[in-house]
Ligand binder design. Structure first.
Ligand code: COA
Length: 329
């Protein structure tokens, strides 16, 4: 038995932060940002709302779309790096807001690979027959950990959420076929937020040093993202005896449009196969893949049986690729 996606939707806040807005905040300009990253604007959630707000909005749409009562959920996996608070888990906050009375749940932290790792994990509960309905959410409020004085980072990230419902496949066996995920902690120094955890609990000093903001070495990330996303894509199609032509869509994490085009070029994928929507949202971390997949579905481009590869690379390093056969009409 496989796990298949039976519902998918997303939520992004209305407020936009454009490249022109950023020109007023740091020494940058629209042309630099667009040509280097492919981003025109990002969405920003209200200051008084946490990531759970977006997660709940996306999950509610999925419940409605699939005509699922919240009590039917067995498990909620919440992929995020920007929890509402250190504890309780954001999954419990989402569960309470959804009023889902018969489930358990937890948060999964894998940065930009969060959704990929969460859906890989969720598929196991379905495949073993243990659970029938698992809600997987990828969401981040990156604006909450952004230094809007640092042009190296603040131009890239945005806020958003996507959610899918996973259920057992039918007779046809469509659904998640395989995944290849990896971590390599030697890459931790290239993208991290050092403050706020048990190593550097919040003090005036940690705040003064900007330790509660994202720090990144963009060039190193860029290089490794291209190498590893290309490799896991190749590995997963080879392992499953497929060719690039067999893949209808490559739906990658949206960190930089140039990363995606470089990977697509190396793999020989066409422009139509490689999905890029970063122009509108920037990098929403765990949100990018479910938001992009949701948009492709809503645009009517996906047909039952289509093969898709989801790929991500991010903090950790953590990365991987997941192969699925689309299972919705
Ligand atoms: N506006 C204008 N100039 C900027 C700038 C900005 N927003 N940000 C950096 N620059 C400058 C740099 O200071 C540097 O100037 P210098 O040559 O005088 O020192 C120059 O532009 C080139 O900087 P560099 O960092 O080499 O640019 P880049 O082409 O690598 O682009 C990123 C920077 C961050 C856009 C790019 O490296 C990237 O997207 N990396 C991947 C990030 C990522 O994937 N993060 C999340 C992982 S999940």
């Amino acid at each position: 038995m496989r796990a298949r996606i039976t519902g998918i939707d997303h939520f992004v806040p209305e407020d936009k932060l454009t490249n022109y807005d950023l020109e007023q905040m740091v020494d940058t300009d629209d042309e630099w940002i667009y040509t280097r990253t492919g981003i025109r604007e990002r969405r920003v959630l209200d200051k008084d709302k946490g990531v759970s707000y977006m997660a709940v909005k996306a999950a509610k749409k999925v419940l409605e779309q699939t005509d699922t009562h919240p009590d039917e959920l067995d498990l909620i996996i919440m992929a995020t790096t920007t929890f509402d608070m250190m504890f309780p888990s954001t999954a419990t906050i989402v569960q309470n807001e959804l009023n889902a009375k018969n489930c358990w749940g937890y948060d999964l932290v894998a940065g930009c690979s969060g959704f990929l790792f969460a859906i890989s994990t969720a598929s196991q509960f379905i495949e073993t027959g243990k659970h029938k309905k698992v809600m997987v959410i990828g969401a981040d409020k990156m604006s909450s950990i952004m230094n809007y004085k640092d042009r190296n980072t603040c131009i890239i990230f945005g806020d958003g959420a996507g959610a899918v419902l996973l259920e057992p496949s039918g007779e046809d066996g469509y659904g998640i076929e395989d995944y290849l995920n990896h971590i390599d902690g030697s890459g931790g120094q290239y993208l991290y937020m050092p403050g706020g955890g048990s190593l550097h609990p919040p003090t005036h000093e940690t705040i003064d040093k900007g330790m509660h903001f994202v720090h990144q070495d963009g060039r190193t990330l860029f290089k490794n993202a291209v190498i590893e996303m290309t490799k896991t894509f190749r590995d997963i199609i080879e392992k499953n005896n497929l060719k690039t032509d067999d893949i209808k869509f490559f739906i990658p994490h949206q960190a930089n449009a140039r990363i995606i085009t470089a990977v697509a070029e190396k793999l020989g994928l066409t422009e139509d196969q490689a999905i890029i929507n970063i122009e509108k949202y920037g990098n929403t971390t765990a949100g990018t893949i479910p938001i992009a997949m949701s948009e492709v579905y809503q645009d009517g481009k996906l047909q039952k049986g289509d093969r898709i590869i989801l790929s991500a690379f991010g903090t950790g390093f953590a990365w991987g690729s997941l192969l699925l056969r689309w299972s919705m009409d």
